[in-house]
Every structure is written in C-alpha cells, then in structure tokens.
Design a protein around this ligand. Structure first.
Ligand code: BTN
Length: 298
C-alpha cells in the first residue's frame, strides 16, 4: 500500500550520527557529525565550526532550519524532519591547483545528490545549471557553497527534499514552494500509482531519508577524494559537463542587474563554470551563476 495524502503520516525519527555512519567507510566527509533538531542555518553553524577548527569533512545536519538560505538571497524551506538539510566543511584543495578550482565544489554536491538518489531509488535526477537537481521537471535539491574568504574552507550546503508532500498540512511544502518543487516521496508514490515496475511505493519514510543521507555522505566522500587527486578538478568538470541537462537546451535567461529576460540556446559549459548561451541574433553570452537564473523551455 502506498502512502497517500490521507494516510496517517508518521514523522521519521531524527537523523543521528551513529546511524548515519554505521558500517560506512568514509575517508573525510562525515569525519565528525553533529545533528540538530532546529537551527538557523546549517551553513552558518558549519562556518563557525570551521573557524573553530572543525576537521576536514565535518558535517552538520538539521531536522529544521529557521533561516535556511538558498542562492541569491532566497530562503530554503522544508518542514521539520522531512528533508536532508546538511552542510559539509571542505578544507583541502588538489595539489598544485589554483583557488578557482573551488568553483567546482558545488558541482560535487549536485553530482553526489544525483548518485545518492539513484542508488537508493533507481530514479535518475537531472542536473540543471548552475547546480540544481531536478526530478520530473521540478526542483528536488539545491546546493549553496559559501566560504569566509579565498583559500579558506568551503561550506557546501545541500538541501534535498525527501518526504515533503504538496498537500499534507504541516508535512507539506507551502503552496508557493509546491508549485516548483518535488520530493522523492512524491515521485516514488506517483510512479508506483502509475504501476511502474521500476519503483516501490514509500512504505518507510524513516528508512528512505536515512538511506539517502547515508548514500549522500558516501557519494560526496568518493567525489571529494577523486577531486583531490592530480587531474581531479578537470575530471569532475568533465563529468559534470557530460551530466548537465541544460546543454543544447532552449532556455529563458533572467538577468538580475540590470533586469533583462531573453531566450537562447545553452551551448557550452566554460572552464570556470560559466554557461555559454547563444541568443536569437547569434550573439554569445557568458552567464555566471551569481548574476543570472535560467529556466528550461519544454
Ligand atoms: C538553492 O538552490 O538555492 C540552494 C539551497 C541550499 C539549501 C541548503 S539546506 C542546508 C544548507 N543550509 C542552508 O541554509 N542552505 C543550505
């Protein structure tokens, strides 16, 4: 039986460091873990912890954030206990690399989300530039990388929707978020209702969230190790470029300062992570993630 919006919904037990890492072989990510019931923002806590000497890979989880942040000043909303809200402190850089290589750390986060979702559910999320994770045309996860300064640790914040429903009262997204977001719970139950043989209905939300969080630690640890090897940044950039669903797409570009909106075709991902877009007049534009957002045209 699948859970639907009228079923009694049992909030999963909080994530805890012992269960998160039981029998996992992690090199750096998850070297220390702290889990909060409620906190302002896991990124803010991780930043303070990094300045206080937290080890490389130290990881913060929260059941709920009162001040969860997204990119470009947006908020990140998730009802308590339903998503994976985490921030990981990444201190190391590949030998001989320049500071610009840190631009690829958000890509590590997006790839790790994609890999963890696939391993737990068999679903294959799309990666949308700059580092959003989509499933069925809606946003499943976002990545916010922040740093106190050049050469300082990077705080990799990841918000991944797991058990949120569009219409389950306090277990649901707000209507605004529901219109553009999705969760694993929604997609798995929609697929199982459509009699897909590929996915199972969600019977145990607690296990789903815990397993996704464990696979996220595992996938990010493996990608971080790879990135730290000689040639690692180039390897990750290549994998990310090959995985990006935005390339060859018709897109709508929203520029924020000054405000402008136009259509074009995404043709390439440049070595610094910028997106190369050709507009209707054949002109090339180099988009940076700070100044623009994009939408794929169907
Ligand atoms: C985005 O897509 O705009 C990025 C969203 C990032 C949200 C996560 S949730 C955990 C971490 N703490 C925050 O305050 N933000 C990130």
């Amino acid at each position: 039986m699948s859970i639907n919006s009228t079923s009694a919904f049992h909030f999963p037990a909080p994530l805890d460091p012992v269960e998160l890492t039981r029998d996992l072989k992690l090199s750096r990510v998850g070297s220390a873990i702290i889990c909060f019931g409620e906190i302002g923002s896991t990124n803010d806590y991780a930043r303070r912890w990094a300045l206080d000497g937290a080890p490389d890979g130290a990881t913060v989880f929260a059941e709920r954030q009162t001040n969860g942040r997204g990119r470009r000043g947006r908020t990140w909303e998730s009802p308590a206990g339903l998503g994976v809200l985490t921030s990981i402190i990444l201190r190391q850089r590949p030998p001989g690399s320049d500071v610009a290589c840190s631009l690829w750390l958000p890509a590590l986060g997006a790839l790790a989300v994609r890999d963890s979702v696939f391993r737990v559910t068999g679903l294959v999320p799309q990666l949308k530039w700059p580092n959003d994770v989509y499933l069925g045309g809606r946003k499943l996860a976002g990545v916010l990388a922040e740093s106190p300064g050049l050469g300082k640790p990077v705080i990799l914040g990841i918000g991944l929707n797991v058990l949120e429903s569009p219409s389950r009262g306090r277990a649901g997204f707000t209507p605004d978020v529901a219109s553009r977001s999705t969760s694993l719970w929604q997609v798995l139950n929609a697929e199982s209702a459509a009699a897909s043989t590929r996915t199972q209905p969600v019977k145990n939300g607690r296990d789903l969230r815990l397993n996704v969080a464990r696979e996220l630690l595992t996938a990010l640890d493996a990608l971080y190790e790879k990135w730290l090897e000689p040639g690692g940044p180039e390897f990750i950039a290549r994998v990310f470029r090959e995985s990006l669903s935005t390339l060859s797409q018709r897109i709508v570009v929203h520029e924020h300062q000054p405000t402008a909106c136009w259509e074009g075709t995404a043709v390439d991902l440049l070595p610094d992570g910028a997106l190369l877009v050709v507009d209707g007049a054949g002109r090339e534009h180099r988009l940076t993630s700070g100044g623009t957002s994009i939408r794929h045209l169907a």
